[in-house]
Design a protein around this ligand. Sequence first.
Ligand SMILES: [Fe+2]
Length: 347
Amino acid sequence: MGTQVLTQLREAFGSAVEVEPLVNETKMGRRVLGVDLSGPLDVDQAAAMIAAVDAWQVVCFPGQDARGMTVVDLERLANHFGAPIPHPSNVDGYRGDDPQIKGSLERTSTLVAAAFPGVVSPLSGAESLAVYNVTNLIGSGPTATPVVSGGQHWHTDIEFEPVPLSTSMFLVDHVPLTRDDGVSWVTNPPREPGFYHPDSPALLAERREALPLNGETAYTDTAAAYDALPEAERAYLDHVQVRRRLRKEDPGFLMPLVYVNPRTGRKSLHSPVWASRGKRVAPAQIEGMTPDESRVFLDMLEQHCLAPEFRYDHAHTRGDVTVWSNFATLHVAHRRRSRSTIRPMLG
Ligand SMILES: [Fe+2]
């Protein structure tokens, strides 16, 4: 499939397109060189983009800053994967009047700008409700102790909507200087008690806590994890339904645990995680199981998916556009809101 997609990319974007693995040829993840995403795509280019994400799950297109890529361009690109939706964190607390939406939007973009006046400012277009400002600099400042924020749980984005988010994408603006820079990188502090269920298996706890380095995004391949299971288990999982909901009081809705890609037929585990948002999102429940049974069942699957052979930690580079499938991966960033003596990450 990979060779076909390379051919498709070259036919759509030109013969100079090159593809290299992010890990190796047998794993998910590719870097695609020679593609310009800063302008509108034609039908063949959009189809090639979708085919690349279908085939490789995490696809990085470097150098888009040199092409003048903006957040507006990114949102236009996102439309080829389905209608972009408002990020829940952008509309938290929204009660129907614009000032409250505006106040919520200020939480990331404006806080960062205020913390680094004249140094960091939100990119033009980042005020869109569909654009979530991912930063670890909220509340930090050159003269204050930095407050680092990041991901908490392994999760997929927006799995709790009846039409779940198929695809997410980064446009990278600032990054740490290097992976080896002892000034820019932080270690994760101890987890507060009660963050995860106390009965989680020890191996799962260990894998959950092996978070990526500050500024990186770690991914697991839930298609490879599905493929690695015995046939009888796969046959069972194919019929499992998960009740998902955003809030504890929501009735929720049933979704298949196994996603079947309609274009390739490839199967993957869609968000096989019980505690995807901690206290924020009600736990997923397997249809026909009690809450406790559901947790044990999903913990077993999460532990399997977080095995090192399925994982890839992605180091971002300024100007990257990185697109990933939420149906065929889980991801996580480093710990949220830890205090550290690091300096701000400005690349
Ligand atoms: Fe996420």
